[in-house]
Design a protein around this ligand. Sequence first.
Ligand SMILES: Cc1cc2nc3c(=O)[nH]c(=O)nc-3n(C[C@H](O)[C@H](O)[C@H](O)COP(=O)(O)OP(=O)(O)OC[C@H]3O[C@@H](n4cnc5c(N)ncnc54)[C@H](O)[C@@H]3O)c2cc1C
Ligand SMILES: Cc1cc2nc3c(=O)[nH]c(=O)nc-3n(C[C@H](O)[C@H](O)[C@H](O)COP(=O)(O)O)c2cc1C
Ligand code: SF4
Length: 663
Amino acid sequence: MAEHLLSEFRIGPMSVRNRIVFTAPAPAYAGLDENANRPTQELAAYWEYMARGGAGLLVTEPQSVHPTSTLNPRTVENVSDDLIPLYRQVADAVHDGGAKIVGHLWHAGFLAATGYRNLPLWAPSAVRAPMGAMVPMGGGAIAYGMTQRDIREIIGAFASAAARLRQATFDGVEINAANGFLLAEFLSPKVNLREDEYGGSLGNRCRIVAEVVRAVREAVGPGLAVGVRLSADPFIEPGLTESDLPEVARHLSGSSPFDYINLMPALLPDASFVQGAGWDVAQAVRRESGVPVIYNGLLTDPAVAESLVGEGDVELVGMTRAILADPWLPSKLESGQRDQIRACVACNQTCSGGAGGLAAMGTPSCLLNPLPAEVDRLARTKDGVGQKLLVIGAGLAGLEVARLARLRGFSVTVWERGDDIGGQVLLAAKVPQRARFREAVEFYRGQLAALDIDLQLGREATVEAVEAFNPDAVVVATGSTPAMPSWLRSRNGDAAGVSPMDVRTVLAGNVRLGKRVVIAMAEVDHGYQALPVAELLADREHEVTIVAMAFEPSINQDFFTSEHAYRRLLRKGVRMVTTSEVTAVHPGEVEIRNVYTRQTGRLPADSVIGSYGGMVNDSLIGQLEESRSNVFAVGDCVSPRDIAGAISDGIRLMAKLPTAVRA
Ligand SMILES: Cc1cc2nc3c(=O)[nH]c(=O)nc-3n(C[C@H](O)[C@H](O)[C@H](O)COP(=O)(O)OP(=O)(O)OC[C@H]3O[C@@H](n4cnc5c(N)ncnc54)[C@H](O)[C@@H]3O)c2cc1C
Ligand SMILES: Cc1cc2nc3c(=O)[nH]c(=O)nc-3n(C[C@H](O)[C@H](O)[C@H](O)COP(=O)(O)O)c2cc1C
Ligand code: SF4
């Protein structure tokens, strides 16, 4: 049941069809070159699609209100009236889909990117912008301390941007005073060192936010909802803590007319957080402000969201990553198809990290559901009817192919030589940080049953067996085996006093590890394996040292997850030796070499684990191709990558498979 979650609600002048909010996911759909920083048709199509999924309220990409805030060409700038026609199109599309849309107005402050326009970083005071794994922007430069004239300019910029949104028929405006961006920097006693009326006491630090709210309200009138986004400082030593937020909310509501607060966690939570973390803060902010609160906090399970709204302390919930994982989540809840929802597993891997993620100027997508609109399009065409498809391997690549093929009308059989579906993901899920990956496997289990796919476990594919089955097409999805460097290969199982092995063997269990463990990893943590395993072993009281070839072991992980991971690993005593590789194993120690200087050294070790990703398990492909056409391959057996690669391969194959089968 989701009766509370799905009930209508009024936020100031705006009524929403349900309590589910898709909060500022930062789609980077401004154009490039001459269209840099302008909204595009792609952006309109994106919001149209998201509205159809059923959320009550959509909060747009952060719109930069001033040139000093704009991060890169893909950031939408709300600085001129040119954008009104396109944003009106966005608003029309969202309204047609039954949702409401609020524009998210923002100045990045000292988290802007100096390099884009070579402008100074604006901040309340001339302090150093943060640097580190968590802050890809800002980059440690000394900010420019704003004058009062600059403050007036920024207030005016927010108001003008809001007026444009009113003209574009938006339903509301949200002012970002969160996450270490400009207005939050004014709130923070650590960053705001001003001695004028904009610094010092909490009332003074709130002043600029209240003035922005008042100017925005004046610009949009009573017909649009005005919201404020708040969070604690996302820094290691926060100036503004979560416990300060209720008081900030009280001050602001006493001095400015806004309709709601959108409260977010300081750092995007990953799977190390529980759903509902920070709920007590949300309740206190609700009490102190007297306005409705949107609570954001890793709500990936609609049942948890329902219970929180049901308790009545906050009225609305952000379910941003949950909706990236399944844009149809609200409408599936509405139509009683909860078991068909693809759950977000809180990995932050491709939505906030990776090539499509925040720092890469991409539009966030989910690694489990990278192309939802394309999948919907494919599923509408039933051109596989009458064709028999065999999928070999029930890892995520094979499972996605099986699911899509069935949706297209194929009769589908899956052979899996193991005793369960999921492939490597079952191993990945043995680490607490990745335990929720099991939910991805459970989604496919539900799909196999719902779509009537013939799954045969314990069935090893051979050329002879495939010939006997004689399908119209075969998809090989046999995955990978662990990649092993020479020092690991030659010593595997050797009784040299140290037992080298690969990550998968360790996770599969039944291995004995000594007290001192060295984890040697490749330059990039293929499949995100080394760090989670290091943490698992540290939790089991091993003394763990990671030897990483890169400067930063977590180099391919998003900055939020890296930040959380480094904090936990270092607190748990995990050592990291970077820019180094293991070259040999000796009794009681390993030999290491710096990749730049070639200097060698030794580290004590009772056990050594190699984390070097996978090698293709592709022998079946060539064998089958000798006697058959219509043999296709997807996932790690083509090129060992990660879950996003495996699932994307499945989708790409489905775009051509029916045609290829007929040819
Ligand atoms: C410890 C670990 C942690 C990881 N963590 C992450 C992570 O955090 N994020 C991420 O994106 N990726 C991660 N990865 C990588 C990711 O899991 C893989 O890239 C992805 O799951 C590959 O999917 P696949 O379907 O191509 O192959 P697999 O998952 O390897 O599936 C192949 C399947 O084929 C079956 N099979 C093989 N041969 C035959 C045969 N002849 N007949 C029948 N069946 C056969 C196998 O039993 C297996 O079930 C991790 C991998 C590991 C090992
Ligand atoms: C990829 C991605 C981009 C985001 N970008 C922004 C942003 O630009 N501004 C902002 O205020 N919040 C941003 N957020 C935070 C979300 O609005 C939300 O508060 C957060 O994801 C927590 O909610 P969830 O657990 O439901 O995902 C982003 C989140 C994600 C996952
Ligand atoms: S990439 Fe991971 S965190 Fe992001 S939406 Fe998908 S499952 Fe959730």
